[in-house]
Design a protein around this ligand. Structure first.
Ligand code: NAP
Length: 252
């Protein structure tokens, strides 16, 4: 069998590390060319350059773009650049995300705004700017990275949970709006995944959390990327408007 995404062009937000990087590598290993964004800084420029050369090592075209996913104007420019560089945008993965955890009593307006802007407005920014291109192409698959806490809620994460729940409502609405033009939109809700985002948790805390996960461990970035690959490809051609949990059975 040929590679599942041979010759398709994918845009991934926030792929200089973590889950986004694993998604980029997985899609590229199935033949997709990759444009990806990251929040620009000197350190991240270096990380992004390494990711680009790893992707090129898989024999695909790869470009990185320092671009703030929370900025509407920067997202519009990003979509324009990726479209003119690659010629089409067949797959969009809205992955960029941050946490600013705090109990509601102590949560600042800034912590609320930063998380809602980076995690939720970003998904609007990218999808809105790409929609005219997708409609013209009459094909496309959009995959939005939500979280189990967007479904279940989590103490100390009112901002993050609200942003991830918002992504689910957005996903379902876009799925209904664009389906007639052969454009699908789905979300993934990862549970606890080993990345920089969860690295700061103490070992005892991780062990405690693992007790509540039926599979008794955190997931890997590749286990999330495998499901993105499925949703991005024609293997999922009749899957639309769904939220797929990748959480070891934590949420059922
Ligand atoms: P991570 O390791 O912290 O990586 C986050 C990525 O997003 C980085 O590439 C980062 O770029 C990028 N990013 C952050 N702010 C950005 C902005 N304003 N514009 C563009 N890019 C930005 O996080 P992760 O754990 O891989 O998480 C990826 C996604 O999965 C997030 O949406 C997260 O909420 C979700 N998720 C994670 C878990 C988990 O357990 N890890 C669970 C459920 C859901 P820089 O490196 O340049 O900052």
């Amino acid at each position: 069998m040929g590679r599942l995404l041979e010759g398709r062009n994918a845009l991934i937000t926030g792929a200089s590390r973590g889950i986004g990087e694993a998604i980029a590598m997985k899609l590229a290993s199935e033949g997709a060319n990759i444009g990806f964004s990251y929040y620009p800084s000197e350190e991240e420029d270096k990380l992004a350059a390494v990711v680009v050369s790893n992707l090129e090592g898989l024999g695909v075209k790869a470009r990185s773009y320092g671009s703030d996913a929370g900025s509407f104007d920067e997202c519009a420019k990003l979509i324009e650049s990726v479209h003119s560089e690659f010629g089409s945008i067949d797959i969009i993965v809205n992955n960029a995300g941050i946490t600013r955890d705090n109990l509601l009593m102590r949560m600042t307006e800034e912590q609320w705004d930063q998380v809602l802007t980076t995690n939720l407005k970003s998904v609007f920014n990218i999808t809105k700017s790409a929609t005219p291109i997708l409609l013209k192409q009459r094909k496309g698959s959009i995959v939005n990275i939500s979280s189990v806490v967007g479904v279940s809620g989590n103490a100390g994460q009112a901002n993050y949970s609200a942003s991830k729940a918002g992504i689910i409502g957005f996903t379902k609405s876009v799925a209904k709006e664009l389906a007639s033009r052969n454009i699908r939109c789905n979300a993934i809700a990862p549970g606890f995944i080993e990345t920089d985002m969860t690295k700061e948790l103490a070992e005892e805390v991780k062990e405690e959390y693992s007790k509540f996960i039926p599979l008794k461990r955190f997931g890997t970035t590749e286990e999330v990327a495998n499901v993105v690959m499925f949703l991005a490809s024609d293997l999922s051609s009749y899957v639309n408007g769904q939220v797929i949990h990748v959480c070891g059975g934590l949420n059922t």
